[in-house]
Design a protein around this ligand. Structure first.
Ligand code: PLP
Length: 367
């Protein structure tokens, strides 16, 4: 990860926060590289958690209690969430009823939220669409009815994924229509993540105008946004090395020391084809063309094809672009494949190795 690129994103996010008068917090599920939190904390103070581990990381490494939302809470975990959270949002009315008594009697004040499901989304990929028909995420307006249960101080929605401010505008129209009658009874509204405000074409001025107008309509509401990807968008790469080149039926595959299944699972799940620095994104007739083969034994652990100006050879570097958000939090050790080392290129152009993984990391996960 490059500190300069991270700081560029942070500056932009902080300027939106300040100019629009909203609170923007970091969603750990997209990015939790805690050794970089001293940099992050220069710009923003808070973070979200979707598990007890993330909540504890917020408390210990961001230095502030978490805005917590998890799809469900268990009796065993709930006391830990209480300890590390400033906000706890429930996914259902039944979970709220079950756990609210504990919030009420807990020693410190915790804001209690309910996740709503607007049953509207612009997200095309079902895997990332929280409002797909039958979705388990959030409560519909029909289920809530006319009044919120006593004790709910905020509403939370998450409906976007790598979207722009015009998509947010459409979402807000639906949300206000379906849930606006409840806004008098709450103090805060969390607009979730998926706001890709650090993307080149994002219309920042439109976003700020939209947020300011929202605040004018509901001046008593604290508006919170919890993007993840936007923080680490285009801040770094995954560097691979070619270990071998194999050929079968005219298909050439560069066998890498990284894996799509273990290190870049979003490429297979979404799916999307990552960019490789210096390569042609689509095959070019007459140029050396290769699949990229992952290091696990999964047959489908490959993607392709990319073309290059020169034939690849063993030892060449393959640099996958934009591999910080979601890539690092999602890595697995399937096949015993190790996680890639993680480090920071500082503003002084020095490399700081954050973490290198070894046999103990693999072994300790197994039993
Ligand atoms: C509830 C919630 N908040 C925030 C986020 C972060 O979204 P993004 O990284 O797309 O900004 C997610 C992503 O899944 C989410 O589910």
């Amino acid at each position: 990860m490059e500190e300069r690129l991270l700081r560029n994103n942070l500056q932009l996010i902080k300027s939106v926060k300040d100019r629009a008068g909203v609170n923007i917090i970091l969603a750990f599920k997209a990015f939790a590289l805690w050794k970089s939190f001293p940099i992050i904390r220069e710009y923003i103070d808070e973070s979200t958690a979707s598990s007890v581990n993330e909540a504890r990381l917020a408390y210990e490494e961001m230095g502030s209690p978490a805005h917590t939302y998890a799809p469900s809470y268990s009796d065993a975990d709930f006391p830990t969430f209480l300890e590390y959270s400033s906000h706890i949002t429930f996914n259902s009315l039944s979970q709220f009823e079950r756990f609210y008594p504990q919030i009420l009697t807990y020693g410190k004040k915790i804001q209690c939220g309910l996740r709503i499901n607007p049953e509207f989304s612009v997200v095309k990929t079902d895997l990332y669409n929280p409002s797909a028909p039958g979705s388990r995420l959030g409560v519909t307006h029909k289920l809530i009815g006319e009044k919120l249960p006593k004790g709910v101080t905020g509403l939370h929605l998450h409906n976007l994924c790598e979207n722009n401010s015009y998509d947010l505008e459409k979402t807000l129209e639906v949300v206000e229509k379906k849930f606006g009658h409840l806004f008098d009874d709450i103090h805060w509204l969390n607009l979730g993540g998926g706001h890709l405000m650090t993307e080149e074409d994002y219309d920042i001025e439109h976003l700020i105008a939209l947020l300011k107008a929202l605040k004018e309509r509901y001046p008593h509401l604290e508006i919170i946004m919890e993007p993840g990807s936007a923080f680490a968008w285009q801040t770094g790469v995954l560097v691979a090395t070619v270990n071998d080149i194999v050929e079968n039926n005219n298909v050439k595959t560069a066998m890498l020391d990284v894996s799509f299944a273990c290190h870049m699972p979003d490429c297979l799940e979404m799916p999307y084809k990552p960019r490789i620095r210096g390569a042609y994104q689509d095959p070019v007739a007459g140029k050396p063309t290769y699949r990229m083969g992952g290091s696990s034994c999964l047959s489908g652990d490959f993607m392709g094809d990319w073309s290059f100006d020169e034939p690849l050879k063993v030892g060449d570097r393959i640099v996958f672009e934009d591999m910080i958000h979601y890539t690092i939090v999602k890595t697995t050790m399937f096949n015993g494949v190790s996680h890639p080392s993680i480090g920071l290129w500082s503003m002084d152009n020095e490399f700081e190795l954050y973490r290198q993984f070894d046999y103990a990391d693999y072994k300790n996960r197994m039993s």
